[in-house]
Design a protein around this ligand. Structure first.
Ligand code: PLP
Length: 450
């Protein structure tokens, strides 16, 4: 294959790769470094997507590259045939940074696979079949994870019948309150709906787990119940409810974990410790790696041979994960994430003040969402996915990569590396400021035509 241009590679891609894999941009990547990605024609893109929240320490961080290279020379794979030093070291390290008490780790390869593992473990350990998840969340693409996912019906349609025993409660998305309350003036009526499910749909003593993203990813970059500010918030009440009924609380930290929100894990913003925590993405800078973190007393009930994985805890992926964690620690990236996140949000709020269609800028650390809507009388307005599509496109033309999210793709998610600099953020902001009016004018014109 002697391809050289994006167009030539795309032709071969279309011929040989399954089209079901949706790609966001019609370019072909060749290499990447830090916050930048380069296509086969040598074009440089400022990448604020980080492989969908995976390359938390930036593309090809030298320490991660070195660790993986050294490990490849020593041991690539031995599966569960023997024990090996790398997953033991990684498991110990994860327990040191995990929320207090989560001191035992199961490793596998992807977020969806880890979601399956967590639910299997919860069902096995509690002996209870049912699971409650939240509307709007994304948990992956295995059949069980698909059944838990309600970010878009598109992810489910065509795959029915999906695994049963799964119920959905409203996610506390204050801007678009699922139970029609005014943000900041409610009594967490969304939580009442969850409790009422025990009367109407599923008895609490049959529920093995409640699964939630402590900050919602694909569903809209939503910080839960931001409109409700007391000690007895949504997450705290969730913890109490689970304790009261012997239900395992599972946090899906696949997208928000490993420093993305300015703490190791998003749950640490709420001071709530789950029984099980699912991790993936940012853990290993792009090497396939995921896992379930829990308490030793619970993990011990998931007895030998009841679950496993051929590649899980692969030595090379473990080396990359250990190096990534080390970089976050040594380069003070949690602090940088908090500082840069505050700066970015403040600047985006300046943009919001100029454009009424920007309804909300929200986030934790460097997991930031900017939601847009068509003008309307309500504070949330009608989601404007068309505007975001044009904005992403106008930014792409100016060599900035951004991703959307949300039910109508009406939210930009900003996911720079945790070591992003102020000048890289400024560069992205300058592009956004230039692209926004162009995108808005285009969206308006398209609306007039249609
Ligand atoms: C919160 C969350 N859970 C689970 C998954 C599934 O992870 P994977 O694509 O690695 O299977 C994702 C992926 O985007 C995610 O964001």
């Amino acid at each position: 294959m002697a391809n050289s241009s994006n167009a030539e590679w795309l032709e071969s891609d279309a011929r040989y790769l399954a089209p079901t894999y949706h790609r966001c941009f019609e370019i072909v990547a060749e290499r990447a470094k830090g916050a930048y990605l380069y296509d086969v024609e040598g074009n440089e893109y400022l990448d604020f997507t980080m492989g969908i929240a995976v390359n938390n320490v930036g593309h090809c961080h030298p320490a991660v590259v070195k660790a993986a290279q050294e490990q490849v020379e020593k041991l690539i794979h031995c599966s569960a045939v023997t024990r090996h030093t790398m997953n033991i070291q990684l498991a110990e390290k994860i327990t040191q940074i995990a929320p207090t008490g989560l001191d035992c780790v199961f490793l596998n390869n992807s977020g969806g696979e880890a979601v399956d593992a967590a639910i299997k473990m919860a069902r096995f350990v509690t002996g209870r079949p049912n699971v409650i998840a939240f509307t709007g969340a994304f948990h992956g693409r295995t059949l069980l994870a698909t059944a838990l996912t309600t970010a878009k019906s598109h992810y489910r349609q065509g795959y029915e019948p999906l695994p049963s025993g799964i119920f959905h409660a409203p996610y506390p998305y204050c801007l678009r309150c699922p139970v029609g309350q005014v943000p900041g003036q409610c009594n967490l009526e969304c939580f009442d709906v969850l409790e009422s499910m025990f009367n109407h749909q599923v008895k609490p003593d049959t529920v093995g787990a409640i699964l939630i993203e402590p900050m919602m990813g694909e569903g809209g970059y939503v910080v839960p119940a931001t409109g409700y500010k007391t000690e007895n918030g949504f997450m705290q009440r969730l913890r109490k409810l689970c304790d009261q009924h012997g239900i395992m609380l599972i946090f899906d930290e696949v997208q928000c974990g490993f420093g993305r929100t300015g703490k190791w894990f998003a749950s640490q913003h709420f001071g709530v410790v789950p029984d099980l925590m699912i991790v993936a993405k940012g853990i290993a800078s792009g090497f396939p790696m995921a896992g379930v973190v829990s308490r030793k007393d619970l993990m011990d009930k998931w007895t030998v041979g009841r679950h496993g994985s051929t590649y899980g805890g692969n030595p090379v992926a473990c080396a990359a994960a250990l190096a990534s964690i080390d970089v976050i620690e040594k380069e003070n990236l949690l602090e940088n994430t908090r500082k840069m996140g505050e700066y970015f949000v403040a600047k985006l709020n300046e943009i919001k003040a100029k454009y009424s269609f920007v309804r909300e800028v929200r986030g934790l650390g460097l997991m930031i969402g900017m939601e847009v809507a068509k003008s309307s009388d309500t504070s949330a307005g009608e989601p404007d996915g068309q505007l975001i599509e044009r904005l992403v496109d106008e930014c792409f033309k100016r060599k900035l990569l951004l991703l959307d999210c949300g039910i109508k793709n009406h939210i930009i998610r900003f996911i720079p590396p945790l070591n992003v600099t102020k000048s890289e953020i400024d560069k992205a902001l300058a592009i956004i400021e230039e692209a926004l009016p162009v995108a808005a004018a285009g969206a308006k014109a398209a609306e007039l035509v249609s």
